[in-house]
Design a protein around this ligand. Structure first.
Ligand code: SAM
Length: 357
């Protein structure tokens, strides 16, 4: 898709930003990638303690979550989002942490909706029954709900908050009732933990109109003790499901789509697989991330961000901030998933709850 670029009027540079003036020209990084997606973490808090994401041993009573004044306000988020859309972003995802824990989240959705980007949110679904209508009314376009197992014991063990499956199912139903169809349902697969549920999940969501997506367990952050042996490659997921319900591959909706699409040959619907580990998609990665406290990250596996909050709070103009973002994107060369190995997996990385999943 052609890059949408808003011409920028030259303005004086904010002292200390050092970013070169963005010339309004084509915005590509050092590998020729275009910026298209923005993920915004609206809170680093979550009511689940999924063992692969926010393990309780680390995220316990002693863990210091960000204080309110450290996190971006709705006005700051909306301002940044507008600048990103001006630079060509077409899709915005609100995430976290658990985004529905952020107070008055529908107000933020209402502030972002007029930007015209495809506006989506990823949630654990635990409070979706309460929020679905307000999110729809506020202008949210789509919802993704995470649900790692339909088996009660497995799910409760994985979320480590003793949270029941039925409440998430109710949340998905509420979202569908409000017209968020299809709902995308994310299932992270961990060998020996929930892989016995792969075919069961496929069976459950066939014919539902929703899209189940299997995510390879990733070495995000530094707390989940990731090991390659625990990853079930997407190819194995497809093989297992196909043995029960034959599948065929479907073309991507657009270049850079994260999930590979498959459909049931009998017409029962579509599934997706997200293979960040076994089939890295760095090559056409189009994503930027804003952390809960306003740092910009070009990669989920980054070790360092670029502080935008200080710019916002020091009175930078939109042009100054735009220059900074453009400079960060143009300098981007990361391709973590392509070079992942046992050693990189041990590098200290930012936690997913902070950077936004
Ligand atoms: N709380 C929301 C939720 O549960 O969907 C949004 C944030 S969560 C970090 C976003 C997604 O990242 C979820 O689908 C979650 O399962 C996935 N995720 C978290 N840690 C992961 C890991 N180590 N590997 C793969 N996916 C992971």
């Amino acid at each position: 898709m052609p890059q949408k670029v808003i011409p920028i009027r030259p303005q004086s540079r904010l002292p200390g930003t050092k970013a070169p003036r963005y010339d309004g020209g084509e915005l590509a990084d050092t590998r020729g990638r275009r910026m298209r997606d923005l993920r915004i973490s609206v809170t680093d808090r979550c009511n689940f303690r999924c063992t692969y994401c926010m393990p309780r041993e680390v995220f316990n009573a002693g863990y210091k979550f960000l204080p309110h004044e450290a996190i971006l306000s709705f006005e700051e988020i909306a301002r940044l989002a507008g600048i990103f859309v001006g630079l060509g972003v077409q899709k915005i995802r609100l995430t976290g942490g658990e985004p529905l824990l952020r107070k008055n989240i529908a107000e933020l959705v209402a502030m972002l909706a007029p930007l015209g980007a495809d506006l989506t949110l990823t949630t654990n679904g635990s409070t979706l029954v309460k929020h679905a209508r307000a999110l729809k009314d506020a202008g949210l376009d789509r919802i993704t709900v995470s649900l790692d197992s339909l088996d009660e014991a497995t799910f409760r063990a994985m979320n480590d908050a003793d949270f029941p499956v039925v409440k998430v199912l109710d949340g998905i139903a509420a979202a569908a009732d409000e017209g968020f169809t299809p709902v995308k349902i994310n299932m992270v697969v961990k060998r020996g933990v929930n892989d016995h549920q792969i075919v069961e999940a496929a069976r459950h969501w066939r014919h539902s109109g929703h899209i189940l997506r299997f995510i390879e367990y990733m070495d995000v952050g530094s707390t989940n003790g990731w090991r390659m042996e625990e990853v079930i490659p997407s190819a194995e997921v497809i093989r297992r499901i196909s043995a029960a319900f034959p599948l065929e591959q479907v073309e991507a909706n657009y270049a850079g789509e994260v999930a590979e699409r498959w459909r049931y040959k009998d017409g029962a619907g579509e599934i997706g697989v997200i293979s960040s580990v076994t089939q890295a998609f760095c090559n056409d990665c189009s994503r930027m991330r804003i952390s809960t406290e306003g740092s910009l990250y070009t990669c989920l596996f980054a070790q360092q961000g670029h502080d935008l909050k200080s710019l916002l709070r020091a009175g930078a103009t939109d042009d100054d901030i735009r220059d900074r973002i453009a400079a960060v994107w143009r300098a981007r060369g990361d391709r973590y998933s392509e070079i992942r190995n046992a050693a990189t997996a041990k590098l200290p990385k930012v936690e997913m709850s902070y950077i936004g999943g």
